[in-house]
Design a protein. Structure first.
Length: 189
């Protein structure tokens, strides 16, 4: 959803590896106006252009929701509903899949060339990434993208699993197909 909104607004999106440390410098120097991650940690710039914080902050999003409600008279969920009406509903999930230490090490070193599948959930693959487009840093895993969905897989640093993040702009059935294909693609790579 963020990608689609940013594109419509003609703004620049910088996708970096997992972890707040990757966008804290951009917040500090003002080159990023917002940084957020899946765990709901986020930060953004103050009105004067300085950083609110260069570490993830959960309460700031609550403050933002309260201000949105106060200024517009609408719940943030109503605003999100308007976005889905314009851009489509995003179906998202994250699952953990069992992995041995050897499998986790192999996943962490995967190159885009290791992905031989031409399609993901019935759609042509348009990007295979092992480096973040925003700063060319290794993502410690793999991201595979189609026109209406994507998955990213990366090994857990603390558990005997790898994590699969997936999103579909079609429906729940398409999301489940992405997950199934993702596990097969990672297993075959």
């Amino acid at each position: 959803m963020i990608d689609r909104v940013v594109h419509k607004l003609g703004r620049r999106l910088s996708e970096v590896p997992v972890g707040f440390k990757w966008f804290a410098p951009g917040l500090f120097d003002g080159s990023y106006c917002f940084g957020g991650e899946e765990s709901a940690g986020a930060s953004f710039l103050r009105r004067d252009g300085s950083a609110w914080t260069t570490d993830k902050d959960g309460p700031i999003m609550n403050l933002l929701a309260a201000e949105i409600t106060a200024r517009t008279g609408k719940d943030p969920g109503e605003h999100y509903h308007a976005l889905t009406a314009e851009f489509g509903t995003a179906f998202y999930t994250r699952i953990d899949a069992a992995a041995t230490p050897e499998q986790k090490a192999r996943l962490g070193r995967l190159s885009p060339e290791a992905v031989k599948a031409p399609n993901l959930a019935g759609e042509a693959i348009i990007a295979k990434l092992s480096r973040a487009p925003g700063n060319d840093a290794p993502i410690g895993g793999l991201k595979v993208v189609t026109r209406s969905g994507w998955f990213a897989a990366r090994p857990s640093g603390t558990e005997a699993v790898y994590k699969i993040y997936a999103e579909s702009f079609k429906d729940e059935q398409h999301l489940q197909a992405i997950l199934a294909d993702a596990q097969q693609i990672v297993g075959n790579a």
